[in-house]
Write a protein that binds this ligand. Sequence first.
Ligand SMILES: CC(=O)[C@@H](O)[C@H](O)COP(=O)(O)O
Length: 333
Amino acid sequence: MIVYVNGESHELSGDKKVSDIIENLGLTGKRIAVELNKEILPFDQYQQYALHNGDRLEIVHAIGGGQAEGMFQTSNDSFTVAGKAYTSRLLVGTGKYKDLEETRLAIAASGAEIVTVAIRRTNIGQNPGEPNLLDVIPPDKYTILPNTAGCYTADEAVRTCRLARELLGGHKLVKLEVLADQKTLFPDVAQTFVAAELLVKEGFDVMVYTNDDPIAAKRLEDIGCVAVMPLAAPIGSGLGIRNPYNILTIVENANVPILVDAGVGTASDAAIAMELGCAGVLMNTAIAEAKNPILMASAMKKGIEAGREAFLAGRMPRKRFASASSPIDGLFF
Ligand SMILES: CC(=O)[C@@H](O)[C@H](O)COP(=O)(O)O
């Protein structure tokens, strides 16, 4: 069979799987798109396809070096939280999906490495005999980030983190959220301070959900939280970043990663968070409640990467008046 890689043909013999060919051609780990007999294969499943003589396989991949490498800078651009480096800056939740299979596929499409789980609402082993989320989000593949969703007091949140630590065998990384009321799901910042202090003292690595208030964000960093996560807008609202200047101030003042958490609605919202200099974005509803969650997860991944590259590239200054795109000196006529 003939395999085309970036337009160049390679003759291969025998029946093979796409994954064997990718390995043989030294393309493992590269960003590639795969077409079999002119049909684009799903990017999260192409490895499984078997090939037979007469098939035409086309692979397109990023070329290393020079300009082309710059296009994929984000794959080498990690952020570190609690001493561990992550390539993906998209963190995802696990609620609101139709079933565990949809959860699995959407999370795979998002490329997320950190996946948050509401300990009070999700079975990760507390209810033996019931479907266990960890069967589709295995902890050897993902960093599980237990969260305290549904907690309205510091005390409840701390107890939930302790339970998570037991269930996950001594796990220290947690997402703290202490909510103020059910209508807004805004954080109770006073209770969040209390819980954060207790958890940090107990040795937890605390990623903390808070409002978009630069003073509160700095206080949480001073308490010792390993990441501060201001909301874009109310949880589940999909309204996007309501207060970009506050997020910018939080980012500028911070010595720990700042991640937007909650309220993004679509890929451009995620891109804006990254353009503001955030280290990442945590989201759930925008993916899970999209008409096609798997496609939206893929769009979010690209939005995050585009926003990050735009941030690294440096935005042109905004100008009040026009400036011509072609030179205006030395006109030919
Ligand atoms: C999953 C989780 O931790 C939520 O509490 C989070 O804040 C996400 O919010 P959205 O659902 O608005 O993305």
